[in-house]
Design a protein around this ligand. Structure first.
Ligand code: AMP
Ligand code: MG
Length: 341
């Protein structure tokens, strides 16, 4: 028996069973917006071939119109529909990493309306490694344009409750499923230049990509916002909880001492101060340590809001494995970075 149908402020809550996913596919086919789970974060999907539907994504999220979307596909045929050409490097990476958390920037075909790519002549495309996402794309019969399903600037959603917090009443439906296992967005790799360039670190690690490509990867605009001309969306403040977040970097003992001082100083003044605990350095050196950190990053940031923190303190983490993506997100969420030598 399927669950009774429920709505939250007009947004339909759907299960992740085949019947509900077919229903969600029909909503997309008819120009509607559906939030759905992927292995990275929840996406907010619309038919990528329907410019009116895609426009609704920007409105629902309050997303700046110059921030392009990623097109999600469920078959190789759809790739040929989306991209003008598929270079050899793309084929090698696709064979190895799709379905998975890797978005490839390729030249955009005419089948994709310009609004999807915020007017760029390129398009980012990926095949998600999640049964519900793949079934939804297949059920809708079209590639699905989908950014993360949060209000613009907020931490990305990794549970359907996060989606409802931000978008209830603004979208047609959300598919209820389990927590997104990776927890940070896909890695974005630009393949339209002479050499591959990583535009955004994400769920597929730099190390895995470099091993397959057999070379060091150029990383564009990694440290601070505003310096990534190829990846327009990265210039905005992003992933932010409501309370100001301060990032402290430098040698571990010194940065932890400074964090403790700031923490105690503001606590004595009666403020609620949160600390985003990255775990021990030993934890972070292990793969599971950085995987856990990534999986819980956005729910931890949202929990700081639920606890009504006035200030959040975060510290530098090892930028290896998924730690690179975690550091990138924390830097972008931060209002200030305190560097100690
Ligand atoms: P989101 O799905 O919300 O994580 O946003 C998608 C991100 O992918 C954008 O903010 C850009 O950084 C990147 N992106 C999407 N399409 C392109 C493109 N055509 N060229 C460069 N970067 C892109
Ligand atoms: Mg996003």
């Amino acid at each position: 028996m399927s669950r009774p149908i429920t709505k939250v402020y007009g947004t339909l809550l759907l299960g992740d069973d085949p019947l509900s996913v077919t229903r969600a596919g029909n909503i997309i086919k008819n120009g509607g917006l559906v939030a759905f789970p992927t292995e990275t974060v929840y996406g907010l999907g619309a038919a990528a071939t329907d410019s009116e539907a895609v426009k609704r994504i920007f409105t629902a999220k309050g997303r700046p119109p110059d921030n392009p979307l990623i097109v999600h596909i469920s078959s190789r045929e759809q790739l040929n529909q989306i991209a003008k050409t598929v270079p050899d490097t793309a084929n090698i990476l696709i064979d190895k990493f799709w379905p998975g958390p890797l978005s490839l920037v390729l030249h955009r075909s005419e089948a994709v309306p310009a609004i999807v790519s915020a007017g760029l002549s390129t398009v980012a495309v990926r095949m998600p490694n999640h049964r519900v996402a793949l079934d939804l794309i297949a059920a809708s019969g079209v590639p699905i344009a989908a950014p993360s399903a949060n209000r613009s600037g907020r931490p990305s959603p990794t549970t359907y409750n996060h989606v409802l917090e931000d978008l209830a009443g603004r979208i047609d439906a959300v598919i209820r499923s389990t927590i997104c296992p990776i927890g940070v967005e896909s890695t974005v790799l630009d393949l339209t230049g002479l050499k591959p360039v990583m535009l955004r670190p994400g769920g597929l690690t730099r190390e895995e990509l470099e091993e397959t490509l057999g070379c060091r990867l150029e990383i564009s605009g990694l440290k601070y916002s505003g310096s990534a001309p190829h990846s327009p969306g990265m210039k905005y403040r992003h992933y932010s909880p409501r309370a100001p977040l301060i990032l402290v970097t430098g040698p571990i003992n010194r940065r932890r001492r400074l964090i403790k001082m700031i923490f105690n100083y503001y606590r004595r003044k009666g403020l609620r101060v949160g600390y985003l605990d990255p775990g021990t350095p030993e934890d972070l050196m292990t793969e599971t340590g950085s995987e856990q950190l990534a999986r819980n990053l956005y729910s931890n940031l949202r929990r700081m809001d639920a606890l009504e923190m006035d200030l959040i303190l975060a510290e530098e983490t090892e930028p290896a494995g998924l730690g690179l993506a975690v550091m990138n997100r924390i830097r972008k969420a931060a209002v200030r970075v305190l560097k100690i030598k």
